[in-house]
Structure formats: structure tokens, C-alpha cells
Design a protein around this ligand. Structure first.
Ligand code: APR
Ligand code: PHB
Length: 389
């Protein structure tokens, strides 16, 4: 088989890149190691920046998000027993949309299928080859038969544990990493959200976040120990701990119910540099990971896909390699700002084992400053709604 761009990974980065390349008339094939059902079964975050929504509209899959997504003008920061609203729309003129990543993935998968584009699911042993030459190729095994795809470019959209970054020689890549000393225990429940906007809570017992998937389905998180197991957190314990970490009004109005999903995720900041290796480009979680506190993971995958698709369109339409030559620097400039913001939000809101009493007081002072300073509030807001592409 031959194609212009072989995309490894059918998560948001790979699927969005595939649709953008398609509307730019650039033939592409997606190789995914799991089934589509497996990919859709993953529970992920659900907050879209306006730029991400615009990209979904650009590739013709934004209608369900526009119909079902919830536009939010602000968020609330809770600390010292009170909630303070950050008016993001008022500060920046921008909003964010609550719309599950699973729905984004489904919309992109359906659009790809409707366009008759080639996606090979359940592809085993996907391996990029010769990406430091002008004739890269990707091999894989499907139903026990070995196959090869010859291509012009490879897009490694295969996430943090993927094969693309792992295929790069050690001396050609530099990585930066910070692992946080706690995890997030998250649950999904078919209960109405405790508030119409998100509540990020700094509490002496640990961080908590109240978010949602719709007006009837809530998503809650509490900071937990890294060595905690889900089994140690029956629903009753979770709800009790969440109430303890919220202000009284929220605790009193919280509607609890059976969890329909419960999982623990570690928090990490990670960046690989560069994001280009000859004719192979990395995009999304394959190149960077952010703690979910800033809700940037999916939105960075989207901006990477946008930058890479524009670069490849320039290569094919204008016979110019300027875009592909500048892709890594351009993507990393936005990635690092999101890494900083996600680290800052995480540092301000979570209980760190070694922070001591002075660390806790400095956090409260920072929160008090942020919610009472127009400049500080605007800075948080413009990063949260998404810096320009
Ligand atoms: N071969 C083929 N596919 C692979 C391989 C491989 N060797 N390794 C991983 N994959 C697939 C995974 O099964 C997954 O479907 O690549 C896809 C990567 O998708 P994501 O991990 O979702 O990464 P990305 O598309 O960059 O989206 C980032 O997803 O995980 C969240 O928090 C993250 O919101 C962020 C978003
Ligand atoms: C979510 O809805 O899952 C979510 C929202 C905002 C975050 C993290 C997760 O910062």
C-alpha cells in the first residue's frame, strides 16, 4: 500500500490530523493497535478550547458538539471555605466547551468512516522505518499477515506509550519530565452536577474538582495517594471525602449516586524535543503530557494536528518545506506554555507531601491574590481558555 501520510494512532491527535489532511486533499492512512470499541471505551477529560471547537467545525464534525456541548463562561476556585468565580468570558472574550473526549473521538471516527478513508484497527507490531531517509515506511501485522505502507511522511500520534517516540535514537531526542507525588481518583455518575460551572478546590485534605459531561452526568475527582487502589475507595468513601473538600454550600447541595466509572490516574509533566525526526513528526501525547489540572491534553493534541496539517499542506500545495521545517519549534512554543500553566495550576491547588505549613499558606496567598487581582485573574483566564494557535 502507498499513501502520502501514514498516521500511527487513532486517538484525537491522529483522527483530527487525518480529517484535516483529508480536507486539504492529502491522502492518509491511520494504523491503530486496538479496536475502535476499545479506543471509545477510554474515559478521558472533556474540556475544549474555542480553537479546538473551530477545528472540529473546519473538518465538518462540530455539529454534535455545538448541539450537545455546554459552553462555560467561567470557573470557580474554592479555598478557605469560600468559592470565587473567574469570569473568563469577561476577562478574555472567550469561553470553553464541556464535551467529552470520547464524543470527540466518536465524531471524528464517524466522519472518517463516512469519507471512506482507510483506518486499520487491531494493527499489531506497527513499526516506523527509514524516517531519516526520503522513503519512510511503516510495517504492521493484521490477522497474522505482515503488511507494509510506503509513504512520504509518518505522523506519530500514538500517545505516551507509543512506538513512534520509542523508535527515535536516544541521542536524537531530549526529554523533560516531572512526576507529581499524588494521583487523581475520578468517578463518573449519572447525577446532576453540583454547580453549572467547574469548581477547582484547594483543601487541607487535598485537591478536588467538580466537573461534568452533561446536565445529568457528573465527573468528580479527588487527589489521592499514588499507592491508592480503586478498591480502597467505595462510593460512600469517595462522596464523603469529596464533601469534606468542598465549601459548605457545595457539600450540602451535592447529589450523590452510584459511580458508573471509577479510576485512578497519575499526574506527570513530560515533553520530548524535538517533535520532528526527518520524515516522522510527533503530535499529541506522543510528544508531551500535562497534568489534567489545566485541561490542556486534548487541546494540545488539536493544536499539534493543526500545525502539522498546515505544514504538510504547504509542502504539497506550495512545494515549500518551510512549514515542516518549523513545525517542531512552533508546536513546542505552545506546548511549553501549556506545560507551565498546567504545572502552575497543579502547584497552586494540590497538597504536596513536603510543602509544610508555610507551603500551604503560600498557596492560599496565591489563590487570594489571583481572585482579587484583575491582572492575575486575566492571566489565569487567558491560559485556561487557550492561548492563540
Ligand atoms: N501502534 C498503533 N497504535 C498505537 C500504538 C502502536 N504501537 N501505541 C499506541 N497506539 C494508539 C493508542 O491505542 C491510542 O488509541 O495511539 C492512540 C493514542 O491516543 P491518545 O493516547 O489518546 O493520544 P492523543 O491522540 O495524542 O490524544 C491526547 O488523549 O489520552 C488523552 O489526556 C490525553 O486528552 C489527551 C489526548
Ligand atoms: C473533566 O471534565 O474531566 C476535566 C475538566 C477540567 C479539568 C480536568 C478534567 O481540568
Amino acid at each position: 500500500m502507498r499513501t502520502k501520510v501514514a498516521i500511527i494512532g487513532a486517538g484525537p491527535a491522529g483522527l483530527l490530523l487525518g480529517q484535516l489532511l483529508h480536507i486539504y486533499g492529502i491522502d492518509n492512512v491511520i494504523l491503530e493497535r486496538h479496536t475502535g470499541e476499545y479506543v471509545l471505551a477510554r474515559i478521558r477529560a472533556g474540556l475544549l478550547e474555542e480553537g479546538t471547537v473551530r477545528l472540529l467545525d473546519e473538518v465538518g464534525v462540530g455539529h454534535r458538539a455545538q448541539a450537545q456541548g455546554l459552553w462555560h463562561d467561567g470557573i470557580e476556585l474554592a479555598f478557605a471555605g469560600y468559592r470565587h468565580r473567574i469570569d473568563m468570558k469577561g476577562a478574555t472574550g472567550k469561553r470553553v466547551m464541556i464535551y467529552g473526549q470520547t464524543e470527540v473521538t466518536l465524531d471524528l471516527m464517524n466522519a472518517r468512516k463516512a469519507a471512506g478513508l482507510t483506518s486499520i484497527y487491531d494493527a499489531a507490531d506497527v513499526t516506523p522505518h527509514d524516517f531519516d531517509t526520503d522513503h519512510p515506511r511503516v510495517t504492521y501485522v493484521k490477522d497474522g499477515t505482515a503488511h507494509e505502507i510506503q509513504c512520504d511522511f509518518i505522523a506519530g500520534c500514538d500517545g505516551f506509550h507509543g512506538v513512534s517516540r520509542a523508535s527515535v535514537k536516544g541521542d536524537a531526542i531530549e526529554t523533560f519530565e516531572r512526576i507529581y507525588p499524588f494521583g487523581w481518583l475520578g468517578i463518573l455518575s449519572d447525577t446532576p452536577p453540583v454547580s453549572h460551572e467547574l469548581i477547582y478546590s484547594n483543601h487541607a485534605r487535598g485537591f478536588a474538582l467538580c466537573t461534568m459531561r452533561s446536565r445529568s452526568r457528573s465527573r468528580y475527582y479527588v487527589q489521592c495517594r499514588l499507592d491508592d487502589e480503586v478498591e480502597q475507595w467505595p462510593d460512600e468513601r469517595f462522596w464523603d471525602e469529596l464533601k469534606r473538600r468542598l465549601d459548605q454550600k457545595a457539600a450540602d447541595s451535592l447529589i450523590t449516586g452510584p459511580s458508573i466509572e471509577k479510576s485512578i490516574a497519575p499526574l506527570r509533566s513530560f515533553v520530548a524535543e524535538p517533535m520532528r525526526f526527518g520524515r516522522m513528526f510527533l503530535a499529541g501525547d506522543a510528544a508531551h503530557i500535562v497534568p489534567p489540572t489545566g485541561a490542556k491534553g486534548l487541546n494540545l493534541a488539536a493544536s499539534d494536528a493543526h500545525y502539522l496539517a498546515c505544514a504538510l499542506r504547504e509542502y504539497y500545495d506550495e512545494k515549500s518545506s518551510a512549514g515542516i521545517d518549523s513545525y517542531s519549534a512552533k508546536a513546542l512554543a505552545r506546548v511549553w506554555k501549556a506545560v507551565r500553566f498546567s504545572w502552575w495550576m497543579t502547584s497552586m491547588l494540590h497538597k504536596f507531601p513536603d510543602q509544610g505549613t508555610i507551603g500551604a499558606r503560600i498557596q492560599l496567598a496565591e489563590l487570594d491574590y489571583v481572585v482579587h487581582s484583575k491582572a492575575a485573574m486575566t492571566s489565569l483566564a487567558e491560559n485556561y481558555v487557550g492561548l492563540p494557535f
